[in-house]
Design a protein around this ligand. Structure first.
Ligand SMILES: *Cc1c(COP(=O)(O)O)cnc(C)c1O
Length: 368
């Protein structure tokens, strides 16, 4: 048996009639950049997340960058985030001219440790970006309370957490802004690059709307220098079709995660993702932790199971951030986890027999 890490074709095949109809509508109206299909998707996605507004942008990276720009983050400022994330979280901070400040993570949830956050807030801290890594939501009550105490806005990096919940509230609806990526492999994926900012704040909404479109306040009138970060019409149309399947697809991911959990329960050499009682995990990634991870990964591949690593090098150890002077040992939990993380195949269409095969192959790969 061969188990791929991800199979998007399987996900799209049953949607083809609807997707082709969506392409036809976009083509018929030539609504290619922004436009009505993006607006409809924005309304639907805001409703799904439980926010007043959602704004379609070019990517998750754009969503993060525009949210920080809209909050006025700039040179001399600091923004606190976690080191175990995708490069984009830190890049968005740097592209505003601000400095990323990393804090270590909780060893159970792999999300920002609120005690570390509190200890690293300074007068320069202009925003806090918890990352709902793998689809597990960060400890939002504690993080929001710290933000409130210091008057610092919290921006959620929800790029891996479409549909995840914290105490009954959806990712993207707790901070002042929620940032989403619709990169094809995410739980909700476009047919190319796309992203969104969710918010309840009318002022933030207006700012992001302007900033995503060359700082344009009204036609031909530009009140600031910004960039083109709009969403394609075709992506809006595709995302509307796929959003209707998201709840069912996420439920299938959770069913698959339960089976992985059950089959791995008797394996002491594997640390499974934590089940946090007040969280609904979106399982963008089902990451376990094992010793000798690289060897296990290779043996799995030889046995027909494609795994991945999210992420082998924490951001503070990337060459690009060497100027921060944060060497190995700066964030022991994040660094240890980065050496042990192994992402098993996880998607809604994964079949029980495939999951059994993945677990058998994993147990064999751990031996000797
Ligand atoms: C995917 C991702 C991003 C960036 O999104 P893009 O759409 O690829 O720009 C940012 N943060 C996290 C945690 C992500 O997983």
């Amino acid at each position: 048996m061969q188990v791929p890490f991800l199979d998007l074709r399987l996900h799209h095949e049953p949607l083809m009639p609807e997707l082709l109809e969506a392409f036809r509508q976009v083509t018929d109206t030539s609504a290619f950049a922004g436009g009505p299909f993006v607006s409809s998707f924005e309304r639907e996605f805001a409703l799904y997340c439980g926010t007043q507004h959602a704004l379609g942008v070019g990517s998750g990276t754009d969503a993060l960058w525009l949210s920080l720009q809209a909050l006025g983050v700039g040179p001399g400022d600091e923004v606190i985030t976690a080191p175990n994330t995708f490069m984009a979280t830190a890049e968005a901070i740097s592209l505003c001219g601000a400095r990323p400040v990393f804090v270590d993570i909780d060893e159970r949830t792999y999300t920002m440790d609120p005690a570390e956050l509190e200890a690293n807030i300074t007068l320069r801290t202009q925003a806090i970006i918890p990352v709902h890594i793998f689809g597990q939501m960060a400890d939002m009550d504690a993080i929001l309370a710290i933000g409130r105490r210091h008057g610092t806005p919290v921006v959620e990096d929800a790029c891996q957490a479409h549909g995840a919940e914290y105490k009954g509230r959806k990712a993207g609806s707790l901070g002042v802004a929620g940032c989403f990526s619709f990169y094809p492999g995410k739980n909700l994926g476009a047919f190319g690059e796309a992203g969104a900012v969710t918010t309840d704040d009318p002022e933030l909404r207006t700012k992001v709307q302007m900033l995503r479109d060359h700082g344009q306040a009204s036609k031909h009138l530009h009140s600031s220098i910004s960039w083109n970060a709009r969403m394609d019409g075709i992506q809006g149309a595709v995302l509307s079709v796929k959003l209707r399947r998201l709840a069912v697809a996420n439920a299938a991911r959770r069913t698959n995660a339960r089976l992985y959990d059950e089959l791995l329960a008797d394996e002491p050499r594997v640390i499974r993702p934590a089940l946090v009682p007040h969280n609904v995990h979106a399982y963008h990634i089902y990451a376990v932790r094992v010793q000798d991870r690289d060897q296990v990964l290779q043996r799995m591949a030889a046995g027909g199971v494609k795994c991945a690593i999210h992420y082998p090098v924490p951001i503070h150890l990337q060459l690009a951030y060497s100027f921060l002077g944060l060497g190995p040992g700066s964030f022991p939990v994040a660094e240890r986890c980065a050496q042990e993380f192994l992402s098993l195949p996880m998607y809604p269409e994964l079949r029980p027999e495939q999951i059994r095969f993945v677990v058998e192959t994993l147990k064999e790969s751990l031996r000797n």
